[in-house]
Design a protein. Sequence first.
Length: 325
Amino acid sequence: MDFNDILGHEDVIRNLKRAMKKGNVSHSYLFVGPEAVGKKRVAMAFSKALLCENGGLEPCNKCTSCRKFDSSNHPDFYYVEPIKDSIKKEQIEEIIKTMLTRPLEGKRKVYFIDDSYTMNRHSQNAFLKTLEEPPSYVNIILISTSSKNLLPTIISRCEVIKFSPLENHEIINFAIERYKKTREEAEFLSSYSKGSIGRTIELLENDQFLKIREDTINIIDGVLKGDELKVLNSLVFFDENEENCEEILDMVLYWFRDLYIYNEIGESDLIINRDKMELLSTQTFLSRSKINDIIELVLVTKENIQRKVNYQLSIETMLLRMQEE
């Protein structure tokens, strides 16, 4: 794992390398950006490079430090993550205690604090003094999807590195070249993942995803066109795929979102299911009001399922109400 394994974020990586080259690496960083856009991968590669015995701008992948890092066995790398959805004060106090001793093997200790926004106020207050005056051999990297839950005093003590979703063409090329997807499939995945490379990889490595999507779209089409047999088959499909229900309902939401856009302005780059334009064009008999009602219905169904309301009843009600005039 190194910078060469990372798709996109060239400017961020260039700036981090420049800091290493000039000896201006900050003691504390805040990597902030949407979920699964690649900030953790960049942080890992950066941490590995900082700890590498060769002291270059890239980890050498050969030294003892790099080998230990890859095996998750590096004594000077500390990975902290939430316990039951939050980073506790006790966790922060423990890592502060470890900072008082010098590195065991190299010149640095690197602390990687994942989902740092889950630190409560007590945890953050405990961390403030350390962020203000960390030992000279310590580098801290906070990872967060948002800075909203972090105290301004925490943010002010960090160099903030902002991460943005990848460009569509980067994800499209990645899916085609690395996973041998067709351009149509790659374009859909790029739009569906909203620039998240982590989400894209998750979908690419899920062999069932594209098949489930096809089945879902066929079900929507049959239900909208009054096919009663399709409704019965749909109940079986949802029952067999209960573990994927949230994903399937998201597909349904995206479909009706696209149909609304298509009814409004026709073909558009805003449409996620662009490879299904022909089928979308056959469903324009739905009014904007009906499409909005269906979107609201699906959102309510998602909420009911999350609240553990009867699953089969929730799905059956949704499908039947989709057919109502």
